[in-house]
Design a protein around this ligand. Structure first.
Ligand code: ADP
Ligand code: MG
Length: 275
């Protein structure tokens, strides 16, 4: 890979210590409701530092809900409730020792549809990651370059940082959104079907970026693309909801096990496209 910016050391942090590796997220007996409707039941899952964990399973089985529980976005829905616990390096993200803004700063989210501010410049879009989480940074310019480099976009945009973000391609916009979430140096990056609105070439670029980020940031990705799950993840969790039942994790483990020798016949059927 010829991009020299990739090997640059990290700029000094916005504040607080640099974390060179991602944190470990541990979900225990997580259940979730919207009103009286239970949509997740008893999810146990460890999402470890230095690994990509892929959440797979049919639509409606609670993958996005689970992801939103992992950075406290679930509670933004007025009817939503949950049970169980989520620990980040042993600290309860729903406990009193962490504020919700700290949680969302340490655990970032990238959505299915790239959502930059289209009229805002590329540089300001990246810097918006700091603003959104109330993070002060003396070295804004350095952080913008670092974040764009880590998202694999620096070489493509370095000559036009003042241009509006709306002029970028869909894949570039998604990498811009990744860069925006990286400005605060999160420990964890949650990605909800980040490539499903993108063409195959853009998808592969994002997959490369995920591979490069993995050593520094814990990544949890929801994907419907089984080849993608195999390409990018080291761990996989298969979610399934039986009719009129909440979603559950049928099984989780090393990606190779989930694809080549799963314990449960339903996992095998799903990963081989039989439902
Ligand atoms: P997935 O991401 O696996 O497709 P979701 O987490 O989006 O599944 O949805 C799980 C279940 O929760 C579905 O039955 C869905 O209709 C329901 N659901 C999701 N979001 C809401 C919401 N804001 N209000 C009510 N029900 C919701
Ligand atoms: Mg979803």
């Amino acid at each position: 890979n010829a991009d020299p910016t990739r090997t640059k050391p990290l700029a000094s942090p916005p504040d607080g210590p640099v974390r060179s590796r991602g944190g470990t997220l541990t979900a225990s007996q997580v259940s979730a409701w919207f009103g009286a409707s239970k949509v997740l039941e008893g999810v146990d899952l460890e999402m470890g530092a230095g690994r990509v964990t892929a959440l797979i399973g049919p639509s409606g089985c609670g993958k996005s809900t689970f992801l939103r529980i992992l950075n406290r976005m679930h509670e933004l829905v007025p009817s939503a409730s949950l049970a169980g616990s989520v620990l980040l390096d042993g600290q309860d993200i729903y406990g009193t020792s962490l504020r919700v803004t700290q949680v969302r700063r340490r655990i970032g989210m990238v959505f299915q549809k790239p959502n930059p501010f289209p009229a805002m410049s590329i540089a300001d879009n990246v810097a918006a990651g700091l603003k959104l989480t109330g993070t002060r940074a003396a070295n804004r310019t350095e952080l913008i370059e670092e974040s764009l480099s880590r998202a694999g976009l620096w070489n493509e945009v370095k000559g036009r940082l003042r241009d509006p973000a709306g002029g970028l391609s869909g894949g570039q916009q998604q990498r811009l959104c990744i860069a925006r979430s990286l400005t605060v140096r999160p420990d964890v990056l949650l990605m909800d079907e980040p490539c499903s609105a993108l063409d195959p070439t853009s998808t592969r670029r994002i997959e490369e970026t995920i591979g490069e980020l993995r050593e520094q940031v814990t990544i949890v990705i929801v994907t419907h693309n089984m080849q993608q799950a195999q390409r990018v993840s080291q761990r996989c969790a298969f979610f399934l909801a039986a009719e009129n039942e909440p979603g559950r994790v049928v099984e989780s483990g090393p990606t190779s096990t989930i694809f080549d020798s799963p314990r449960d016949a339903r996992t095998s059927d799903y990963v081989h496209g039989r439902f």
